[in-house]
Design a protein around this ligand. Sequence first.
Ligand code: GLA
Length: 501
Amino acid sequence: MRVPNFVIASAIATATALKSPGPGPNALARTPPMGWMSWQVFRCETDCGSHPDACINEKLYMQMADAMSEGGYLAAGYNQVSIDDCWEDLKGRNADNELVADPTRFPSGMKALGDHMHAKKVRFGTYSDAGTMTCGGFPGSKGYEEVDAKTFASWGVDYLKLDGCYNNKAGFVHDYPAMGTALHASGRDIVYSCSWPAYLGGDESAKPFDAMINAGCNLWRNWIDIQCDWGVLDRIIEHWGRYGEVMVAAAGPGHWHDPDMLLIGAGCLTLDEERTQMAIWSIAAAPLIMGNDLRQVPVVSKTILLNKDAIAVDQDSLGKMGKRLQAASSSTQIWARELSGGDVAVALYNREAGSPAGIREIAEHKYCAKAKAMGGEPGFGFSLLACRDAVANDTDCASGYFHYSRSYNGQCKCALDACDNRVGGESYNIYKLDPNAGPAGSNITIVFSDVGLQGQACVYDIWAQEKVGEFQGSYTAQNVSFHGTAFLRLSSCDSIADAIV
Ligand code: GLA
């Protein structure tokens, strides 16, 4: 087996970078950061009276640090809890121009919160904005970079996400390097996450990543905000697929592209979709920043998050970002990443939509009038799998027919019949419970020479965490579920024992 050559090594354009302002690259984030961040689930909920366990306050972050440390996440490598927007006092800065936390929601103060995290061996992340205000309308850091960097350092902050609202393309060129310089001068090692490219549109080939590296950015949010929804996740995966080639050139130890938070365990994806996100993020050398409620992650999702072989791909010491091999999108995709020691990680991803096990899709029919909504909120917020289980457990739905609409935020209703003769109303996909309906999927083949491996390779299945065997020339993953991914590590057969610990 020879060294894979499918990832074209490309140096950062140092000549250009040297002309850009900023402190230059620091020595931090040699592998993509791993942790948790509040935005995806808790947003800007500041009403702690009505939402005592789900508002942005010190208790929330302390509990997340506790859950990270005690729930096995820390041991697996997730070592950071990050505040996002809406932590600040809306009244503004204090007399010394320093940012202050909302005194009602953070009565012990930020230093105490950082101490709590550090006592749990958890790193402390916080959030500000390169503009005059944060996206949520709280005070921003523009013009206050030095004082803010000093304040963060005095609180023991280990990571800063600097958002880009209330600023613009011309302002970023000065303001992101200004914060990078200030963080460097603070004397504390603070990993710097820049949202700069997320505000420069969709063309990744037109973004000044070299200037970001020179500004001291260790990672950057490239594009749209993730939402708890397969459709948005799918768009982000497609964007990474489309621009992989140009993005690979700017990624490496100390500077990573960030496709946004992991939805795994947040309750909006099927398990196949959760595995797909974990696989693609790991191939893409993306930060693994969870956007769930760590206090209540289902065991099956936690197993995905803690999969040590997936994490080993993400955190591989070679630090080479992987990418989709095909230029154009197709329903079955091959993503690959070169790893240290000559191994290659491949994700065989089935993008096609379809039904998971136990469900037969019978056709598209009109709205079924004799329907009953499932779940708490009338009929909303169910995944197809959750809908299947709700129907199976409800005696009123003995017919086994149900309709489900992803576009209506997971609307799920049982139907008393197949609704064949109904007309009018909106159309839904009608399904029927069918215990014999096996998981439908596609076979996807990886040809070893396409990822620079000649002859024979040993195939290790990352989800099953077991060696599959030795194969000559190619390997076919059978029946890869719709929206699912076979995630493999390919090695020369004699090295597999060393590579997989
Ligand atoms: C932007 C960011 C999000 C989050 C919100 C907070 O939309 O991209 O990740 O930080 O602002 O307001």
